[in-house]
Design a protein around this ligand. Structure first.
Ligand SMILES: [Fe+2]
Ligand SMILES: [Fe+2]
Length: 197
């Protein structure tokens, strides 16, 4: 297995065995991921309101929202292709726990978004690796889709970090360092389930 290099220096590595738990109920996993993509699009749009005066950032966030919306549609289409229905949104305990760590200033919102993208990217990579052992999911187009999502979310993690650095300078790096520890604490407390987080 080639080594994975996360877009941000995450301090806890998800064990490869996580993917087997996630893939135990692929319909639930895919449903959860559809909701994640939808929320990612909404996050990008909400954050764009803080960058209305910054043309480059506005375009970056509009493109990011567009990509997440594209992912959302394609995950819904994948559910349909597998013959599964979208299950109700069970919420995202990971994102919720991160947001509970700090007041919701712009810097923290950008860094939380960057961390969620980075962790998603790591786990999509693990799913893509494990997918070949699951004949029902291991088709080439499906694995190619996971790989595309992984690369895209890596770009989003870097995009959010760059927005934080542009707006907040050195403070962004110091705060990211603090957040990397919080993210590590949060991810270790959460039980594994058929969901990306
Ligand atoms: Fe996405
Ligand atoms: Fe993303």
């Amino acid at each position: 297995m080639t080594a994975f290099r996360p877009p941000l220096p995450l301090r806890v590595k998800t064990p490869a065995a996580w993917a087997e738990t996630a893939l135990a109920d692929p319909a639930a996993l895919l449903s959860d991921h559809a909701h994640c993509e939808k929320k990612a699009a909404l996050t990008a749009l909400q954050l764009s309101q803080a960058f209305a005066d910054a043309p480059r950032a506005s375009v970056l966030l509009a493109r990011l929202a567009e990509e997440e919306l594209n992912h959302y549609r394609r995950v819904l289409e994948a559910l349909q292709a597998f013959g599964w229905t979208l299950q109700p949104d069970g919420g995202n305990a990971y994102a919720k726990a991160l947001h509970q760590q700090a007041a919701k200033g712009l810097l923290d919102r950008l860094l939380i978004a960057a961390l969620i993208e980075a962790r998603s990217c790591e786990r999509l990579w693990l799913l893509e690796r494990a997918g070949t052992d699951h004949p029902e999911l291991g088709s080439a187009p499906w694995l190619a889709f996971l790989l595309e999502l992984e690369r895209c979310e890596a770009g989003h993690a870097l995009g959010y970090r760059s927005l934080a650095e542009e707006r907040f300078g050195a403070e962004a790096g110091t705060r990211l360092d603090w957040w990397l520890d919080r993210e590590a604490e949060v991810i270790l407390t959460l039980p594994w389930r058929s969901a990306i987080h």
